[in-house]
Design a protein around this ligand. Structure first.
Ligand SMILES: [Zn+2]
Ligand SMILES: [Zn+2]
Length: 357
């Protein structure tokens, strides 16, 4: 058993966009139900987020932007970005609570109370310094990393959401104390349009941003190859003391917005590798965050399976959440992934810690 905190508040359900907007908190509601159905709730410790404060978001966001969110939240209308992220009544408080969930996860790990924590309300990786983006108001990932850096010298983020982690990248691009890895679909016209191989960090953060831009149809087979060839060597070189995983469910083959075509098997193989790396090299310290995911059922299954993985629990009711088969990759697409891997291998590895530390 791996001591795991599951951060939960019914208030998470308030972060849900109205009308035909695809970002809905059905996923969170469903995962909470699955905890009881599978019996996982007997093995986790449910923890409420610490009371949210406005100051928590000012570590990465501008005061003017925070004020704008507050104003539009009271009005209950208007846009927080150029079109995808509309305000609704109470969006300010709903967003703060999700940030607080991630901060609470970091606090529990930093204090040594747990080795693993999961905030399904987190992973809002598109939010920028001065604006919302892609359904994300405040970037809890970057805020969580900043908080973690008060305790740890080297922190890593592995972002498995199907979209590029552009907000997290912008906010931490020159940060020397965090390795930022994002695997995502990259294709002409596909949101957000960034995340190519050559975006690799700047200044003191040079070689600490790693983008793995993948073609539509990647599937488990080629995704795992890219993960083994690119991500694992960089984690080993950097040797983080704490790892964040953004477990967005939109890389799944059923997702209506992304076409990376992973199955639950691919997701869990990747997570298993990160988990076992964390156990051997990062003192076990691992924080899972949610993220996107627009097939709500698949996303809830991925998150529940992810929780079972870090808890070290495997039984029939957990296995029943898996897809029937892993996904394969056609040769045409496999070759495209090989080309991405070759380009990435030309870049330097992140700096290793000095032997004294
Ligand atoms: Zn563990
Ligand atoms: Zn996404």
């Amino acid at each position: 058993m791996h001591e795991t905190a599951f951060i939960w508040s019914d208030g998470f359900l308030n972060y849900s966009f109205p009308g035909d907007h695809p970002f809905k908190s059905y996923r969170e509601k469903k995962v909470r139900e699955l905890l009881d159905v599978t019996g996982l709730s007997n093995f986790v410790t449910l923890i409420e987020p610490d009371p949210p404060t406005e100051d928590q978001v000012l570590s990465v966001h501008d005061r003017e932007y925070v004020n704008l969110v507050k104003t539009l939240s009271i009005k209950g209308e208007g846009l927080l970005d150029s079109g995808d992220t509309p305000a609704f009544k109470g969006i300010f408080e709903a967003s703060l609570l999700r940030v607080s969930g991630t901060i609470t996860a970091v606090r529990l790990i930093a204090e040594g109370k747990f080795v693993h924590a999961f905030n399904v309300g987190g992973g809002l990786h598109h939010a920028k310094k001065n604006s919302a983006s892609g359904f994300c108001v405040f970037n809890d990932v970057a805020i969580g990393v900043k908080k973690a850096e008060k305790k740890f010298v080297r922190v890593a983020i592995v972002d498995l959401d199907g979209h590029h982690a552009d907000g997290t990248q912008q906010l931490l691009y020159s940060d020397p104390r965090s390795l930022k890895v994002s695997l995502h679909m990259y294709h002409r016209g596909f949101f957000p349009g960034t995340g190519d191989v050559d975006e690799s960090g700047e200044g003191e953060g040079e070689n600490l941003t790693v983008n793995v831009p993948l073609p539509p149809g990647t599937g488990d087979e080629a995704y795992l190859l890219a993960f083994d060839e690119i991500v694992m060597p960089r984690l080993r070189a950097y040797s983080p003391q704490l790892i964040f995983v953004v477990l967005g469910g939109d890389s799944h083959y059923s997702d209506p917005l992304v076409e990376l075509k992973l199955s639950t098997h691919g997701y869990m193989q990747v997570l298993k590798k990160i988990h076992s790396f964390a156990e051997s090299r990062s003192g076990g310290r691992l924080i899972l965050l949610g993220g996107g995911g627009y097939n709500y059922d698949a996303t809830a299954r991925i998150w529940t399976l992810g929780l079972a993985e870090i808890l070290g629990i495997d039984n029939d009711s957990i296995r029943s959440l898996h897809d029937p088969f892993p996904t394969t990759t056609i040769p045409f697409t496999y070759n495209k992934v090989l080309q991405v891997i070759e380009r990435l291998k030309e870049l330097p590895l992140p700096p290793s810690p000095s032997p004294v530390s």
